[in-house]
Design a protein around this ligand. Structure first.
Ligand SMILES: Nc1nc2c(ncn2[C@@H]2O[C@H](COP(=O)(O)O)[C@@H](O)[C@H]2O)c(=O)[nH]1
Ligand SMILES: [Mg+2]
Length: 501
């Protein structure tokens, strides 16, 4: 951390940890209302219930087939559901292949559930898939027409997914969600009393601090006033702007991931924090205002405030570097929750150091500790299975080389049959034990960081793109701001065996 000059934070699901049971449930019901009242879906959807614990990050939606997949790091779809029904193994293999490296599993046919904001829409997708399978006649004409066009092309679920996306998007834009949070932040956002001490510690260490969020100023101010205030939030708190004292720069409406692209020409506006009005700037420097706008009335966004923090909307990473005097991307640490929009893009383009917030990690670790003994047993079972398979393969070779009936060959065949029985028994036991082990983490999707006994696709992305990862941003409080975080030692497969790990 010694070389880090500035520490930046994403806001939503990084500083502001939403309570999924209330926030995502509200998003779910808001989305259904839009599907029913704006997009012509039947009213019975309004009775549907949301299980906020069912979906997990890292899943992939197959929009056309109506399937939901969990993949390992080789993009091998090891778990697949159609709606809420698990695909039989044969069907899964026939559809997604028996071997890895087959498809990219990316847009436009696939959607990645890589933020906690997407859990509600993934759940709704599964529900609508089942609903359409049972009652195809109830699906609105637009979704039907686009997919079969009356040409007896097999139905595909993409248009239904598009409808869900449009409805979710509207909930985020039309105030459905943000207005409710603004009324009562404590109902929807976890209060973390460690946040302010963290900001103070970082600033006392001489670091610059900033926020880059896709939320706009009005909402950013509500959420940050709540988080930096007292847990009992009063609306008036958001008029004091005191939380700005903990930051040098706040960029709202940043339009990440585009923010991280080479975009020094994208417009950046200064926000007048009291009125919320935008002031034109020349790359961050306020422009003289002409005409009869009473500029002084809402002048200098920082007017009357002690702190030097400036608030902007839009712009790009180049603006941010210029405003904070950053010389190289490696001087910045950015903490975010979105593996693509916050982490991958900020690491790849400006070369920032990154920290991913994974709140799921706390439960994951708890279950991990509870299953350590089972993992040891699983490793022994795998070794046993592999040894038996080796012996079978050697016998196959011996039998082939005998090339004709002989007593010798008959005994080899009997030995092979015995071994095959043993192998099947060990393989079934391994499969069953592995399934039970995964179910301890999550009944349907298993362990977040593993698929089968490989790293999950999500875990692989975390390893590749996040310099650091943690369950919550305030875990930084437990370390010196100068701490040297070192990477773990790498091992080759042959070394792992010798070390017994
Ligand atoms: N228009 C949409 N906005 C969305 C959607 N999902 C999330 N959001 C909003 O983005 C920001 C995220 O802010 P950040 O601090 O994490 O950068 C927040 O305001 C969400 O409401 C969506 O599908 N459509
Ligand atoms: Mg976020």
């Amino acid at each position: 951390m010694k070389s880090i000059v500035a520490i930046g934070f994403d806001m939503d699901y990084t500083l502001a940890q939403y309570k999924s049971e209330t926030f995502e449930t509200m998003a779910y019901h808001g989305t259904i209302k839009k599907l029913v009242y704006d997009l012509g879906y039947p009213k019975e959807l309004l009775e549907w219930k949301f299980d906020w614990q069912y979906m997990v990050r890292g899943l992939v939606l197959d929009k056309r087939r109506g399937n939901i997949l969990k993949m390992d790091r080789h993009k091998y779809a090891k778990v697949a559901y159609h709606g809420f029904s698990e695909l039989p193994r044969e069907e899964r293999l026939a559809t997604y292949g028996n071997s890895p490296f087959q498809q990219a599993y990316d847009e436009p046919d696939y959607a990645l559930i890589d933020t906690l904001f997407s859990l509600a829409e993934a759940y709704l997708f599964a529900q609508l898939v089942e609903f359409r399978d049972h009652y195809p006649e109830k699906i609105p004409a637009a979704a039907k027409a686009k997919s079969d066009g009356g040409l007896s092309i097999p139905f595909n679920f993409s248009q239904m997914y598009k409808d869900i996306r449009a409805a979710v998007d509207l909930c985020h834009r039309d105030g459905t969600l943000k207005q409710a949070v603004a009324e009562d932040p404590s109902k929807y956002i976890h209060f973390d009393a460690q946040l302010v001490p963290l900001f103070k510690m970082l600033r006392e260490s001489g670091r610059l601090t900033f926020i880059v969020t896709n939320s706009l100023w009005d909402y950013t101010n509500v959420a940050m006033s709540y988080l930096c205030g007292k847990s009992e939030y009063a609306k008036s708190t958001s008029r004091s702007f005191e939380w700005l004292a903990y930051f040098d720069l706040v960029i709202t409406g940043s339009a990440k991931p585009g923010f991280f692209a080479d975009g020094s020409r994208s417009g950046i506006f200064e926000v007048d924090i009291k009125s919320g009005m935008l002031i034109n700037t020349d790359n961050g420097t306020p422009l003289a205002q002409v005409g009869d706008i009473d500029f002084k009335r809402f002048s200098a966004a920082r007017n009357g405030l002690k702190q030097p923090c400036r608030v902007f909307q839009g712009g790009s990473v180049q603006h941010l570097h210029r405003l904070l005097g950053i010389e190289s991307g490696s001087q910045v640490l950015y903490v975010g929750d979105h593996i693509y929009g916050d982490i991958l893009r900020s690491k790849k383009q400006p070369g920032w150091r990154t920290m991913l917030v994974i709140p799921e990690l706390e439960e994951e670790l708890e279950h991990f500790h509870q299953t350590i003994q089972t993992r040891k047993e699983l490793r022994l079972l795998r070794d046993k299975r592999d040894n038996i398979e080796d012996r079978i393969q050697r016998l196959n070779f011996d039998i082939r080389s005998k090339n004709g009936a002989s007593d010798d060959e008959k005994s080899l065949i009997t030995e092979r049959e015995n071994l095959e029985k043993q192998r099947d028994h060990v393989r079934d036991l391994h499969r069953q034990t592995l399934k039970e082990c995964h179910e301890k983490f999550h009944k349907t999707w298993g362990q977040l960081m593993q698929t089968g006994y490989q790293s999950s696709r999500f875990a692989n992305q975390v390893e590749r793109f996040a310099c650091l990862y943690t369950s919550q941003v305030t875990n930084l409080c437990y370390y010196s701001p100068d701490k040297c975080f070192r990477t773990t030692e790498d091992f080759m497969p042959h070394e792992i065996k010798s070390l017994g790990i």
